[in-house]
Design a protein around this ligand. Structure first.
Ligand code: 5RP
Length: 219
């Protein structure tokens, strides 16, 4: 039976609920994360609440009656569940299609286990076909765009303001063979808040929705 991409996203969101035990859950952003939030609502009696990686996810959680905590009031978090735009077998991810990359990286840093939920179209041999989002302070956008061009990419300004009041440059045309090095290089550029490579802190568990069911991949 052929599933649509939305059905696959729903299936993988449902599979992630198995990892929800108690406490405070880190919740990502995007359409797959939205399906996860809807599933989380069904087991909300098991948890104390959630930390959200965007205002949009926080709103959706609250609509379901799930308490949203400020990250600063949370000392530890067992799991962070989020989608990705691309992920490799090394669990390196490219994220930020929804523009929430900075808060996603911060919440992920606090969580013990990063559970990436994706449909199989996101599983790639090399990162970079999806344009790499870079969150930049507005006054630095032209400078950072020139620096990104030196790396071989073609940056394009997204018509979007992040939850942090910054802008996003989407970098096209990169073939990212060493995501850990590229993540560090871009983060060193003055004016960059963060970039969408999640390689220094990769996913721990990948739940991948395929036409044959949800596969669990760990490194
Ligand atoms: C948002 C993200 C998302 O996880 C990523 O864009 C995947 O989104 P979707 O689940 O809608 O395909 O990084 O900033």
């Amino acid at each position: 039976m052929a599933f649509t991409q939305d059905e696959l996203k729903q299936q993988v969101a449902k599979a992630a609920i198995e990892y929800v035990k108690s406490g405070i859950i880190g919740v990502g952003t995007g359409s797959t994360a939205n399906y996860f939030i809807d599933e989380l609502a069904k087991v909300k009696h098991k948890i104390d609440g959630a930390v959200a990686s965007s205002e949009a996810s926080a709103d959706r959680l609250r609509k379901h009656g799930i308490e949203v905590f400020d990250l600063n009031s949370v000392n530890s978090m067992d799991i962070y569940v989020d989608g990705a735009d691309e992920i490799t077998e090394h669990m390196h991810m490219l994220k930020g299609g929804g523009g929430a990359l900075t808060r996603e990286k911060i919440v992920a840093a606090v969580a013990k286990t990063f559970i990436c939920i994706c449909d199989e179209t996101k599983y790639v041999p090399v990162l970079g076909k999806f344009p790499l989002p870079v969150e930049v302070l507005p006054m630095a956008k032209s400078y950072v765009a020139r620096e990104l061009t030196k790396l071989g990419g073609q940056p394009q300004l997204r018509n979007f303001t992040t939850d942090n009041g910054n802008v996003i440059l989407d970098v096209h045309g990169l073939v990212i063979k060493d995501p850990i090095a590229m993540e560090a290089t871009i983060n060193q550029m003055v004016g960059v808040v963060t970039n969408g490579l999640f390689a220094a802190r990769p996913a721990n568990i990948l739940l991948l929705a395929t036409k044959d069911g949800v596969k669990t991949i760990t490194k």
